[in-house]
Design a protein. Structure first.
Length: 382
């Protein structure tokens, strides 16, 4: 059984880590019936990326590359979503599968691709639409393969545990094309903030839209890994510039929009797991950080600024309040709704008192510390 797979890599200003990513692809032990290619989109990097990509065919003559690369002189600054949409347009009809791979991640083993392809070959009757290739440091290394519908596994493991980190996503080519092209700026298919930014991990909700009832596989083997143990200063700065923290709070609105479009059952509490936390813990901690941050408080002391600040915080709480309505367990619904309403009440009081009640501020900080304790272990949940 011959299969045609492409690695789809969006890149921006990470030429050194990109070299490692491509080298890990070149090192793969491939069966002769596997045709492998590499799609790369580089939008206006101002390091050596454009130059490196122009010589890539000479460096790796055995790899088949398809590259869209623009230098800063050729294009204005572009965001990550532009790279994603560009990759979607590069997916050809002859491809069977697409592995979406970050430019600062790498294939952990020389047999990573073979492990994924073996599962696909053995599961032809299941008509799989997506394979989750486990992050090496989070894998339990059991070799277990869980197969079920995307929605069922999301309720068991977590939507963003399965579909949040793009480098774990091996998608059938039609799904990959749809998910990546959905990032085109002219497609208004998800919630947006006042800056016109989509939610963080909008692709996860879009995957749910396309294949909620379709079968997927979750492979518990160490297959792909970030190149760095922790987020680098560059990565942290990129997250700040791209406003990722605030965009997390658009995820409930994305899910609400989707449930208004298609018939979806309510979700388990595990559905909202991401790494060691429930998403609502991260949301509330994010809001509290804004309420007790000294620089933020100084910037909002005047009445007009304070009013604008309260409107922003109210928007965050309104987004968070959507989640209890989507939970399938009445006890979870009630406990989360009470938690949100209680902290929101204290939040409003803190703003009304011009942030000067230190007892309230200390209580909020204590709650944030409690919420930042992990609910789950770091390893993936099987």
């Amino acid at each position: 059984m011959s299969l045609n797979i492409a690695f789809a890599i969006p890149t921006f200003n990470r030429v050194e880590s990109l070299k490692n990513t491509i080298e890990s692809i070149a090192q793969q032990n491939c069966d002769v019936d596997i045709k492998m290619s590499v799609l790369i989109s580089n939008k206006s990097s101002n390091d050596e990326t454009h130059k490196f990509l122009s010589n890539l065919h000479l460096l790796y003559p055995k790899l088949d590359f398809k590259i869209q690369s623009t230098s800063p002189e050729q294009a204005k600054f572009c965001c990550a979503e532009d790279n994603f949409a560009s990759l979607g347009a590069m997916i050809s009809d002859d491809l069977d599968w697409v592995w979406w791979l970050g430019d600062d991640d790498y294939l952990f083993s020389k047999n990573s691709l073979c492990a994924v392809m073996d599962i696909i070959k053995k599961s032809t009757a299941d008509n799989l639409k997506l394979i989750h290739a486990c992050q090496a440091r989070r894998s339990r290394k059991t070799g277990e393969v869980l197969t079920s519908s995307f929605l069922d596994l999301s309720n068991h493991i977590g939507l963003h545990e399965i579909a949040g980190w793009m480098s774990s996503l091996v998608m059938d080519s039609e799904l990959a094309k749809n998910v990546l092209i959905d990032y085109s700026p002219d497609l208004l298919n998800s919630a947006m903030n006042s800056k016109g930014q989509k939610s963080a991990f909008a692709h996860a909700t879009n995957i749910l839209k396309y294949i909620h009832n379709e079968k997927i596989a979750f492979i518990d083997l160490p297959l792909v890994e970030p190149q760095h143990e922790k987020q680098t200063p560059e990565s942290l700065m990129r997250w700040q510039v791209e406003n990722v923290g605030e965009r997390y709070l658009l995820i409930p609105r994305d899910l609400e929009l989707l449930r208004n479009q298609i018939d979806l059952a309510k979700f388990s509490r595990q559905f909202f797991r991401y790494i060691g936390y429930s998403l609502w813990d991260r949301y509330i901690s994010f809001i509290i950080h804004h309420l007790v941050d000294e620089n933020m408080i100084k910037a909002t002391k005047s009445d007009p600024d304070s009013k604008i600040f309260k409107e922003i915080i109210d928007g965050y709480w309104d987004s968070l309040a959507i989640i209890p309505l989507m939970l399938n367990d009445i006890h979870d619904q009630k406990s989360l709704a009470v938690l949100i309403d209680s902290i929101r009440l204290i939040s409003d009081r803190h703003i009304d008192r011009k942030f000067e009640d230190m007892q309230t501020a200390n209580k909020l900080k204590t709650w944030a510390l409690t919420l930042n304790r992990q609910n789950y272990g770091f390893k993936t949940l099987l």
